[in-house]
Design a protein around this ligand. Sequence first.
Ligand code: FES
Length: 172
Amino acid sequence: MSNQCNCGGIIKENDPRFAELKGFIDSLVGTKGKTMPVLQEAQKIFGFLPIEVQKFIANELEIPLSEVYGVSTFYSQFNLEPKGIHKISVCLGTACYVKGSQAVLDKLADELEVEVGETTADGVFTLEATRCLGCCGLAPVMMIDDEVYGKLEDISVIPEIIEKYYNQRLPK
Ligand code: FES
């Protein structure tokens, strides 16, 4: 059994991270309500919760896979898909929307060749749409990780901003 994920990684049955997760599960013997802490730990270990990891957890906790899947999809803290190194959040709140944030989002999707909610094939960026980020005076706004980029009416600046993050990754 193996799972090819779109970040280019492969999670195999004998991946040592399963043993690490099993160690954590074993440390919880006798405790109640294990599902949440186990999913949190699994996400910490694997970075996301692919179906192979969910199956492993269901098996170890002796609960139905549907229960593991239900919890994983209910809480937004859990990612079923791998996330990029940088998260781009484009505000689609009212103030940003009327100032053209949809065009910002479209430009990013175009530049990065992803749909909203997806991660680039190289695993560098995840593109997301979000509600008001609390800095409407700078509309239209996007955030990359913790950095705010405002007044993006001129979407031609976007490739340059993205490039900056790629350049950060180049060896000095
Ligand atoms: S609506 Fe975009 S920051 Fe408030």
